[in-house]
Design a binder for this molecule. Structure first.
Ligand SMILES: Cc1ncc(COP(=O)(O)O)c(C=O)c1O
Length: 432
């Protein structure tokens, strides 16, 4: 069997034998060191999700849907109840009409912040697309700053941690909202753990308990046994084509939080007076819930892939974020490639391992919402789904590739082999 697998890898996918052996050697290292703990995380979160579904008394009638305004869509209501059960919040807004994570976060910010209100990001500059939403970059029309929201950003410490000591300089009792980004984004820091976020939110609340703490939870869901909403976050948002959609949600975003804040956000998403009562689900409740059911498993499959990748590129001498042994709180693995050519070849290698569009080679290009050119490899069943095996990066110094996803560990492994092979045969890395 082992020989047959090695054969299909080298012959079916044209991977050099030395690359196959190199990856398998690292697989042994990460398996023995990390996989047992990852399986425990998976098990806990699987039960947490099932418990949330049972508590909501989910039944098969909830998979049907309505038309038009979408009044009395019991499936939609059930999805939102299940989300608030799992994230331990009072309420939730989970909709296929939320186009992306950026859209979900934009709804939170623009639904809650009014002219004259102050927003402070305490985790440094947010992800590229959010800078455009806020208006701190890009000069777009209709940004938060255009609407008169005041904005400040607290830089991270030299060690790339939240600067707890300086929070009181940046956040005052008049601040309306403090935002925290859990995941790495396009930066070179580790994701903040739930514990680190909780500590920072406690400092904020000690300044004024009424300050709203908002967490961009993209890529963090099910990476730990609790979520930031269980530790002080008043509202959180994320994308269904990332972790919580489990690869089955075709689109959508979620927002979870207190009833009052969800009401504000729902009034922005539809209209004041309509709020959560309208909005079609387009027959997607089954996919959204089945994806959520699978999410704890899939998140850990992709986590295993990230560890394998980190082990390999660390031993090849590249800087990795996070490092192999670091505590993780998102599914992203960053590798600093130090050259555009390596970044591009790596992403092309990932794409060539895809079940869909494997014969396309991605090249850098402009993307809506991004300042620099971006390269994106995602031969996915769902367009742009980054819980499926994918890699991307802005084409700028020091040429980080951000690798994430993989619905199965086996697929992660194939992507890792194909991308390493692409670097190896083009003499861009030497195997030690
Ligand atoms: C931390 C973070 N927040 C928000 C987003 C935006 O998500 P989307 O691409 O779904 O708009 C991303 C995207 O990668 C991200 O990394």
């Amino acid at each position: 069997m082992i020989n047959d697998t090695a054969k299909i890898l080298s012959e079916g996918f044209d991977i050099d034998q030395s690359v196959v052996e190199y990856v398998l050697k690292h697989q042994e290292i990460v398996e023995s060191k990390f996989f047992k703990e990852i399986d425990s995380l998976k098990e806990f979160n699987q039960y947490k999700v099932i418990e949330g579904m049972q508590r909501a008394k989910l039944n098969s009638t909830h998979f049907s849907w309505t038309t038009g305004y979408g009044y009395d869509d019991v499936g939609r209501e059930k999805v939102e109840e299940v989300y608030s059960n799992i994230f331990r919040t009072e309420d939730a807004l989970v909709r296929p009409t939320i186009a992306s994570g950026t859209h979900a976060i934009n709804l939170v910010l623009s639904g809650i912040l009014f002219p004259g209100d102050e927003l402070v990001y305490i985790t440094g500059a947010p992800y590229d697309t959010l800078q455009k939403v806020i208006g701190s970059k890009g000069g777009m029309k209709g940004t938060l700053i255009d609407y008169g929201v005041k904005y400040k950003e607290l830089e991270l410490t030299e060690k790339k941690k939240i600067d707890l000591k300086r929070i009181p300089e940046f956040v005052s009792s008049d601040t309306k909202m403090v935002a925290l980004q859990r995941s790495t984004g396009y930066s070179d820091r580790n994701a903040f753990t739930v514990e680190e976020l909780a500590e920072a939110m406690a400092v904020v609340k000690s300044i004024n308990p009424d300050i709203i703490c908002m967490v961009d939870n993209c890529y963090g869901e099910f990476m730990e046994i609790t979520e930031p909403s269980e530790h002080g976050a008043d509202i959180m948002a994320g994308s269904l084509i990332k972790n919580p959609g489990g690869g089955l949600a075709l689109t959508g975003g979620y927002i979870v939080g207190t009833s009052e804040l969800i009401e504000y956000v729902a009034n922005r998403a539809t209209a004041p007076g309509i709020g959560k009562e309208c909005g079609l689900t387009f027959g997607m409740t089954r996919n959204v819930l089945q994806g959520l059911f699978l999410a704890p498993h899939i998140v850990t499959e992709s986590l295993k892939g990230s560890l394998l990748l980190a082990s390999i590129y660390e031993s090849l001498g590249f800087k990795t974020v996070p490092k192999l042994g670091d505590k993780r709180s998102d599914i992203i693995q960053g590798i600093e490639f130090r050259s555009e050519e390596r970044l591009v070849k790596f992403c092309q290698g990932i794409q060539s391992a895809s079940p869909v569009d494997s014969y396309f080679a991605p090249i850098p290009g402009e993307m809506p919402g991004y300042e620099s050119e971006v390269i994106m490899a995602a031969g996915a069943f769902v367009q742009g789904s980054s819980i499926e095996l994918s890699a991307d990066g802005p084409v700028r110094e020091p040429f980080y590739a951000y690798y994430q996803g993989g619905l199965t560990y086996e697929h992660c492994k194939l992507g890792i082999m194909k991308s390493l092979n692409n670097l190896y045969v083009n003499n861009l890395v030497e195997l030690d």
